[in-house]
Design a protein around this ligand. Sequence first.
Ligand SMILES: C[S@@+](CC[C@H](N)C(=O)[O-])C[C@H]1O[C@@H](n2cnc3c(N)ncnc32)[C@H](O)[C@@H]1O
Length: 300
Amino acid sequence: MDYEGSDYEERFWARGGREYEDRAERIALRKLLPPEGRRLVDLGAAFGRLADLYRGYQQVILLDYSRSLLRQAQARLGHDPRFLFVAANIYHLPLADGAVDTAVMVRVMHHLADVPAALAQIRRALAPGGVFVAEYASKRHLKAIARYALRRQAWSPFDPEPYEFVPLNFDFHPAWMAQRLQEAGFRVERELAVSHFRHPLLKRLVPAGALAAADGAVQGVGALWKLTPSVFVRCRAAGQPPAALPADLFRCPRCAGALASEPDRLRCVGCGVAWSTAGGLYDFKEPLAPAGGNLSTAGA
Ligand SMILES: C[S@@+](CC[C@H](N)C(=O)[O-])C[C@H]1O[C@@H](n2cnc3c(N)ncnc32)[C@H](O)[C@@H]1O
């Protein structure tokens, strides 16, 4: 899903009337995220909405497919050397195996047509014993069940298969998602049902802080039924955490080769392709064109 050039922050959050959702998600993330760690990657971080929750981490990678949203994150957070800004595709993560001890992915799963492929990449980039906190949009929420029961909705919220309500926007059944996480090698440790009170009237009548606090109070027990439109899960990768994470954070997203540092770029020692690092943005979306050459033959 390409958010390049979108006014996502302004339209969806600043003017979108979603203070309640923002607060409720922060409450959930605080409960699930280890308070400190060595290296965290926020996958699909956009403009860095949740970055202030990563204070306890020595290094934080904000990764997104949209360069323009990352530039916004950089404008706000670029003064802090703990933050790295990485343009890349989750399906082709430029992270070395076991490079991070924590991965977060909020409001991104619903854009993924191939969840198993994305989870395999995330699992690969996570160190043994690492934590993956994921949010997904659930199809089996109370409103969908009510609409289905009243025959005002054709699709069944109980059908385990993902439901694509508009192109590249999917809602998932909790059981289906649990199965995919398990197949990818994750053990689900804790779940939270989030956004119980996502209703226009409630949001108009009750201050966002009070509504979010009420949501926070029932997120744990609500996970027994998971009837909310949003579900958070904390998963763990098997194994003992290593004494140190790999010194090389990145690898070539094309061929998985090691990358050598050059001015304003990283060059793959395997396929020869170069990736821009100009302006503090690690850009793994498209390789730099080789001088006088053709991209398709680079490194051949
Ligand atoms: C709805 S926004 C969520 C942003 C942020 N996680 C938050 O909760 O505020 C989805 C983000 O996922 C990014 N995204 C979608 N598909 C992606 C992919 N395959 N690889 C990297 N980023 C992706 C989009 O560019 C967008 O910034």
